[in-house]
Design a protein around this ligand. Structure first.
Ligand SMILES: Nc1nc2c(ncn2[C@@H]2O[C@H](COP(=O)(O)OP(=O)(O)OP(=O)(O)O)[C@@H](O)[C@H]2O)c(=O)[nH]1
Ligand SMILES: [Mg+2]
Length: 326
């Protein structure tokens, strides 16, 4: 008997959702940083097991949205709960549950699917300190299971995967066996550059930066040179010199680290051209957000089966090589 289904990974910003997705899939498909609100869109990763297939959906951290971008981010996370079979709530066990956690836990009440609590970052917390965290979270939601994990070290993650798979319905795989993610290569390129910006800048900058791909030239032979031209958007003139750095040092560093990662991911040489541009208030500009691939709120009332069918079509196209580089 095989099982298959969709699992949403939800939680507050910085809880370790994307780290968990990458750990499960075994490849880096979502960027990670120590800044909250790193993930801005839903990211899908598929894993095959001897007895089934799980489609994992990483989501943006749930927070109080102050810009249109953040409204779209939170909508993406909340709406994902309507389209899945099981949800995993990732909680950073090294933080005391607060108002934000209460909000997220209560939101899960509206979800009709079972929710498994993954208490993450147990490498940072002693066991006795976990108990009050569990007690508190339990008061807010009746979790189907509670699993302590470290997405970083992998501790407990296999057990979590087994529990998730067990809760999925019987069925054939939803995606072809070699399907890994719905992230096109150009998105991977933009996200990799953004990750380096997040890692090397502080304060408001991580939140007010976006990366746009201006041109993406695929190699003319396998393993050949990929040419990528990007623009790093910031919101204010005063932020530009921070990204560029003294004598261009910062942007050079961002560029060379991103290039190194992309060369490893793409398996060939990469030429990466970075520009920095000011675009005031882009976080509230619907057209820019559309361009960045942050979808507007999906129509209400979409049925799970329809979503699956749409995904299957996307998967078929991807197999044909049509959309990996769209
Ligand atoms: N020590 C430790 N750190 C972790 C663990 N999991 C994640 N982290 C760190 O926590 C930070 C946030 O991780 P992310 O995976 O980006 O968190 P996220 O939940 O996806 O965050 P958003 O995308 O902002 O919602 C990063 O610095 C990770 O390295 C863990 O198990 N142990
Ligand atoms: Mg994330």
């Amino acid at each position: 008997m095989t099982r298959s289904g969709v699992v949403a990974i939800v939680g507050r910003p910085n809880a370790g959702k994307s780290t968990l997705l990458n750990r499960i899939i075994g490849e880096k498909i979502a960027i990670v940083s120590d800044k909250p609100q790193t993930t801005r869109t839903r990211i899908l990763g598929v894993k095959n097991y001897p007895d089934g297939q799980v489609v994992f959906v990483d989501t943006p951290g749930i927070h109080r949205p102050l810009h249109r971008m953040n409204v779209r981010m939170v909508d993406a996370a909340v709406d994902s709960l309507k389209e899945v079979d099981v949800a995993v709530l990732v909680h950073d066990a090294s933080t005391r549950p607060g108002k934000g956690d209460e909000f997220v836990s209560r939101l899960l009440k509206d979800a009709t699917v079972p929710v498994i609590l993954a208490l993450n970052k147990i490498d940072l917390v002693s066991k006795p300190k976990l108990l009050p965290v569990i007690d508190q979270l339990r008061q807010w939601h009746d979790f189907a299971e509670i699993v302590p994990i470290s997405a970083d070290s992998g501790d407990g993650v296999e057990r979590l995967e087994r529990l998730l798979l067990e809760r999925l319905p019987e069925g054939e795989p939803l995606y072809p066996e070699d399907f890994l993610t719905d992230q096109p290569q150009r998105t991977l390129a933009a996200e990799t550059v953004r990750e380096k910006v997040l890692q090397h800048t502080r304060a408001e900058l991580p939140f007010s930066t976006a990366v746009v791909i201006d041109q993406y030239d695929e190699p003319d032979r396998p393993g050949g040179l990929t040419r990528i031209y990007c623009t790093i958007l910031v919101e204010q003139e005063s932020q530009k010199p921070i990204v560029i750095g003294r004598a261009g040092e910062m942007v050079k560093r961002i560029g060379s680290e991103a290039r190194r990662d992309l060369e490893a991911a793409l398996g060939g040489k990469v030429y990466l051209d970075l520009r920095v541009k000011v675009k005031a208030d882009w976080r509230d500009d619907e057209a820019v957000l559309d361009n960045l691939g942050l979808p507007r709120k999906p129509e209400e009332g979409r049925r799970k089966t329809e979503v699956r069918r749409r995904k299957k079509t996307a998967a078929t196209e991807l197999r044909k090589g049509a959309s990996r580089n769209d």
